[in-house]
Structure formats: C-alpha cells, structure tokens
Design a binder for this molecule. Structure first.
Ligand SMILES: Cc1ncc(COP(=O)(O)O)c(C=O)c1O
Length: 419
C-alpha cells in the first residue's frame, strides 16, 4: 500500500503537470531591487535585468520613498522586530495607536484597527460583527477576501444569510435592489442587513456607485461596507478613496461637516498597496465597532499585531500622501494618458479614473504568453486568468503609478503595439 504522503505527491504532481500542459503555470518573478517604476529582475539566464514595472499596486510610488523607508528603520530601532504577542495580551505599541488614528482621519471615521493584512481584516469584520438573523449582500466581483470572509461567517455563525448581486447592478433583475427586497420579504432575516462592495474592482478597474448604494442602503435600513484597497491613496482629490471621489467624506479636520452624499459605514482596506506597500490591513468605522473587534474578533484575539516597522512606514506614507496631493494629481494625469495611448494602440480598455487598466484577451494561456513576450520587451505586466478571473475573461492588467513618467508609459504602449 502506498503511504499517504506518496499518494498526495502523485495527486499534486498530476495537478501541476496539468497546469504546465495547459500553459497556466505561474512563475514567481524574482525582483532584486526595491519596488519602483523601473525594477531589476532576475532574468531566465540568472543575470539581473532592468524592466519597467506596470503590475505593482505601488500607485503613489511610496514603496521606496526615502522617508517611508527611514520611518520603518526607525521603528525597528525603537521597538525591535515585533511584539511577540497578540494585541490584547502585550502586543500593542504606540505606533499602532498612531497609525490607527491616521487611518481613521484619512477615512473620516471615528476609529480604525489594524491587522496583518486586508484579508485578515475582512475575516475579522464579518464573523465578529454579524449575528444569526443577519444577511450579507455582496457584489459578485468583490475581492476573494470578502467572498471567503462571508463563507467563514456563515460557518462560524449559523443563521447568517448571504446573497449576491450582479456586478455594479443596482436596479432591475439580479440587482442589489432585488436582493434587498428579497431580504425584506424573508421572515428569517430579523437582524442587520449588510451590503458590501469593493470601492475599486481590482480586476476591472471600475468603481462602485457608492452614492447610489448609500441611498439604497438608507431606503432598506442597511449597513454599507466598502473594501477600498485599490481606492485608498488613489481616488478623490486627496487620495482618501472612492468615497472622497463620490463626495462622501467629511473634511480632514471637519468632523461636524457631513458630506452631501452621505457616508460609508465601514471600510476595510490595505496598507500593502498605495499606502506604503509593505503589508497590513485595517477596518475603519465607528468606535463601538472597533471596540467589538478588539473584544471579540478572532484574528484580534489569536493572531499577532501588525509589525511595527510596517505601522511606522505606513503612517509616514499617509503623512506624505496628505502633504503632497500633487502625487495623486500626477497619478490621475498618468492614468488618463495611459488609457488614451493604450486605446490609440488598438486595445480595448475600460474608461475609468482608477489606476487599473485591464486589456481583455479572454484566453488564460494567451494572457500568460503575452505577458511573457512583454517581459522580453522590457515591460513587466501580468496576465490574469482563471481562477483569479472567471473562465474566458483572461486579461493583461496594466497598473499605473505616480512614479511612472510619460516616457515609461510610451514604452509600455510601444511594447503593446509589438504584440
Ligand atoms: C480589493 C482587495 N481587497 C483586499 C485585498 C487583500 O489585501 P492584503 O494583501 O492586505 O490582504 C486585495 C489585494 O489584492 C484587494 O485587491
């Protein structure tokens, strides 16, 4: 009889061989320099090569900003490698308090709480805040962490319902309104109604109509939750997020001034993209929600704190963002320029103010092959296929940064033309 591990090896080898045969096998690209507009990668011959990077979420170019790096180093010197503890035992350093205040101010919420990733933040939020009799209504294109957090909630808290609506469809068949009406008619739904959406959809580069969603949530007495991991640092004049773009944020220091289009109740977001690029995530919302997460959230109670180096770097990144709104303006200009040029080169790219420009090529193997060819041409753009996007919707996802120059974008487009 074969041992369990031999059987597992066989099954795994077969799966990996199938991925290779179908051209779906992913290679981890080794990067040997800091993240920036241009990076040094390890070529197939093992030698370093310089390429332009168009697939990082380093939207503001802060990942290698001297002040952001220095803040992390100082954090390391002042506090050592980490807390060696979960937050509620002896794991909260003063930089945690500082970054959480900065995040709350940026979001325009009463409070915020950090986690090691946005993924963990989502897995803390829903299973903790939801109770039996609640329903979570989710956009079909929400990020995987929202989908899995909802699944986890329905397992941990039996009696929590879920429903899904078509991407960004707010009225009519398959819409959010239809899901809200179903929830209202369901006698077993006796608790809260939660509506959750990405602010910027990570694979489409499209945005949610948060103002209209707010009105619908008010009509049905629902709570609006937004994962704006690709919107924070990017959207709105100051880069505060999609809610700023939608006129749904209080002025930075004007707590009494309610925005015209209402507010988002709860945010989840990442510190691993525009806001420093290290890692880390957060929930931002009311003080009592944050208190509940501190008291009852399983990732809060059983998992280590955000590394203090990351807390210090991310806090500096937020400081630079608010001090230099010209970075957000430059990103906006770059995004408009890139979309125009990509279209002129004959590719279909969705119109949107976000920094994500997907070029749909349908077939996963084709997306991977195109990405490989682009790398040969000196441009790093990733091809996404199943299971990251649905079968038949494979794409090249070009991501634009404030760190790019027009010449960089011209080189991207020239390489795309060669495809
Ligand atoms: C919309 C969205 N939410 C959450 C995440 C996860 O962020 P983190 O890497 O901090 O877990 C991502 C990352 O790709 C994302 O795109």
């Amino acid at each position: 009889m074969q041992t369990a591990s031999a059987l597992f090896d066989q099954r795994t080898d077969a799966l990996l061989a199938k991925l290779r045969a179908e051209g779906l096998y992913k290679h981890l690209q080794m990067i040997e320099s800091p993240m920036d507009a241009a990076i040094r990668i390890r070529g197939e011959d093992g030698k370093p090569r310089e390429v332009l990077c168009f697939c990082s979420n380093n939207y503001l170019g802060l990942a290698n900003h001297p002040e952001v790096v220095e803040a992390g180093i100082q954090g390391l010197k002042d506090f050592g490698a980490g807390t060696a503890s979960v937050r509620f035992i002896c794991g909260t350093f003063s930089p945690h308090e500082t970054i959480e205040k900065s995040i709350a101010r940026l979001m325009g919420t009463e409070a915020a709480y950090t986690f090691v990733s946005a993924w963990t933040a989502a897995e803390a939020l829903f299973p903790t805040a939801c109770e039996p009799g609640d329903i979570i209504i989710s956009d079909e294109l929400n990020h995987a962490c929202i989908i899995d957090a909802i699944r986890l909630t329905t397992v941990i808290k039996k009696g929590v319902f879920k429903d899904v609506y078509k991407n960004n469809r707010l009225d009519g068949e398959g819409s959010l309104r239809a899901a809200l009406e179903r929830a209202r008619a369901n006698k077993d739904i006796t608790g809260q109604v939660w509506v959750v959406t990405d602010g910027v959809f990570s694979m489409e580069g499209s945005i949610a109509d948060l103002a209209k969603m707010r009105r619908l949530c008010d009509e049905f007495n629902a709570i609006l939750v937004v994962d704006d991991s690709h919107g924070h640092g990017v959207m709105g004049k100051l880069g505060r997020g999609t809610h700023e773009y939608c006129n749904m944020v209080r002025p930075l220091d004007g707590w009494d001034q309610k925005p015209v289009n209402g507010e988002v109740d709860v945010f989840t977001g990442t510190l691993g993209k525009a806001l420093g690029g290290g890692a880390g995530g957060f929930v931002a919302g009311s003080r009592r929600l944050i208190e509940l997460l501190i008291q009852r959230g399983r990732p809060t109670l059983f998992s280590n704190a955000l590394p203090v180096t990351v807390a210090c770097s991310a806090n500096k990144a937020i400081e630079v963002l608010l001090r230099e709104p010209q970075r957000v303006a430059r990103l906006r200009d770059n995004v408009a320029y890139a979309r125009k040029k990509i279209k002129e080169a004959g590719f279909d790219v969705l119109e949107s103010p976000t920094a994500i420009c997907p070029i749909i090529v349908h077939d996963t193997a084709k997306a991977i092959a195109m990405s490989k060819r682009l790398l040969e041409l000196g441009v790093f753009v990733i091809g996404f296929g199943y299971p990251v996007v649905p079968e038949g919707h494979a794409r090249l996802r070009c991501q634009i940064s404030a760190a790019h120059t027009k010449a960089h974008i011209d080189q991207l487009v020239a390489s795309l033309r060669k495809l």
